[in-house]
Design a binder for this molecule. Structure first.
Ligand SMILES: Cc1cc2nc3c(=O)[nH]c(=O)nc-3n(C[C@H](O)[C@H](O)[C@H](O)COP(=O)(O)OP(=O)(O)OC[C@H]3O[C@@H](n4cnc5c(N)ncnc54)[C@H](O)[C@@H]3O)c2cc1C
Length: 410
């Protein structure tokens, strides 16, 4: 890499950091992508693969306060909060509830709509460019409800989609079966969103990004970054566990894309983001990928059923339990049981559980861009339930803001 190239460190090689590193390298920056783990092994490993630009409704919608207590008491609820964690979660939860005011929801939805715009076509083009076009499958998403009453509970979210120009089609039971013949009798009402897509192996997608990045001369380092410091001359120094301070630890720009762990790096700098982990689970069946032909959402239970290239993945659950406690295997077991009840043919199949930390802001809107008052420090944090979808526009946004017209698309 030439000396004149701006030196950039991206901390975190999830889908967000990897996509940013590639976009910056394409514009000619000398980029080092740093992760303590193999790239793509964080939250980005086990998501449901949905590219959902129409998901403009934030998680905190009006009425959330009245439904939370019932959800917390129901063992099978999509929302789970271990009581011991409640005192720690309380400040974030209060901000979450405050975000559900209608005026704030309107602002969040507008921001999400702007962030999602064009994501579908950009992911399709990127998958092609990376040499993995087979990972991008554009067959729409089918959302399922037991009845019209259940659908009515989500009416505000569907209205927002319509408002932002994402069309959908309502289906009766026959319409559901015509699209997905193996859906069980519980589901009588469907909503089909045609212009949505699925990445059928999110981990392989990140790996392909990182391969393209290194092929263009980007560097990947496996380090646990412990701290960053502003050197006062416009540069930043990273300190990693077990590595001596070296000249190549100095950068003109640092992008924090460390997912749910980002606060550990930002708090010591006085940057206190309201970031909380929403732990999500999946079970992946060995086989069973022909159970459905596209992403199917059991909307009343907030569960995504995805035909991945290596098996059927059933993902969901919001567990507010922090970064430390071990996964609760009961959450994954509930997902497996619901899937087996809904679709025939899964009873005999073995399944593997997984848990990951969604990095979530109270209003569902990620923080993307330069950190105020800290030149050279950039944030790409808090992508919540939509980090795969929004990785691509986050990367474009950071790359254009940092490098402006340096559009060296090599
Ligand atoms: C069950 C489930 C289903 C989901 N489904 C979807 C979906 O269908 N569509 C969608 O768009 N989104 C989905 N998501 C959300 C999406 O997966 C996340 O928003 C996204 O993965 C966040 O990406 P990230 O790069 O910010 O974080 P991560 O993937 O967690 O990456 C952060 C990286 O930073 C590294 N790191 C952290 N601290 C340090 C440090 N100090 N030093 C070095 N490295 C560090 C970690 O090792 C990790 O690799 C889902 C999430 C879950 C849990």
């Amino acid at each position: 890499m030439a000396d004149a190239e701006p030196r950039v460190a991206v901390v975190g090689a999830g889908v967000v950091g990897s996509c940013i590193a590639l976009a910056l390298r394409k514009r000619g920056a000398a980029v080092t992508l740093i992760d303590r783990d193999e790239p793509g092994r964080g939250c980005s490993y086990g998501n449901s693969g949905a590219i959902s630009p129409g998901s403009v409704a934030p998680l905190a919608m009006p009425g959330v306060l009245s439904s939370v207590p019932r959800m917390l008491l129901d063992e099978e609820s999509p929302l789970h909060l271990p009581l011991a964690y409640l005192p720690k979660a309380a400040p974030w939860l209060l901000r979450f509830v405050a975000s559900a005011q209608p005026s704030r929801v309107a602002v969040s939805a507008a921001r999400l709509a702007a962030l999602h715009a064009g994501a579908l076509d950009r992911h399709e083009a990127l998958a092609r460019e990376l040499g993995v076009p087979e990972l991008f499958v554009r067959r729409g998403h089918l959302h399922l409800y037991p009845d019209a009453r259940a659908l009515a509970k989500d009416a505000a979210g569907w209205r927002l989609r319509e408002h932002y120009g994402y069309p959908f089609r309502r289906l009766d039971r026959d319409g559901i079966l015509a699209m997905e013949p193996r859906v069980g009798a519980r589901y009588q009402v469907g909503v089909f969103v045609a212009d949505h897509a699925t990445i059928v192996n999110p981990f392989r997608y990140v790996q392909a990004m990182v391969r393209a990045f290194t092929a263009r001369g980007g560097r990947v380092r496996r380090e646990d970054v412990r701290a960053l410091a502003n050197l006062g001359d416009g540069r930043w120094r990273l300190a990693s566990a077990g590595t001596a301070d070296a000249a190549d630890a100095h950068f003109d720009h640092v992008v924090i894309a460390a997912g749910a762990w980002s606060r550990r790096l930002l708090d010591p700098l006085g940057l206190h983001l309201a970031l909380e982990s929403q732990r999500g689970y999946h079970v992946q069946f060995q086989g069973g990928r022909d159970t459905v032909s596209r992403t199917v959402v059991l909307a009343d239970r907030k569960i995504f059923v995805t035909p991945m290239e290596d098996g059927l993945r059933v993902g969901g659950t919001v567990e507010i339990g922090g970064l430390q406690r071990p996964p609760d295997e009961r959450r994954a077991a509930i997902l497996a049981r619901i899937a087996r009840e809904t679709f025939e043919g899964l009873a005999e199949l073995a399944s593997t559980p997984w848990m990951g930390h969604r990095p979530c802001m109270p209003d569902s809107v990620p923080v993307i861009g330069p950190a105020a008052g800290r030149p050279g420090l950039w944030l790409a944090v808090g992508h919540g339930h939509l980090g795969l979808t929004d990785s691509i526009n986050t990367a474009h946004s950071i790359a254009s803001a940092m490098l402006g017209a340096r559009s060296v698309a090599r």
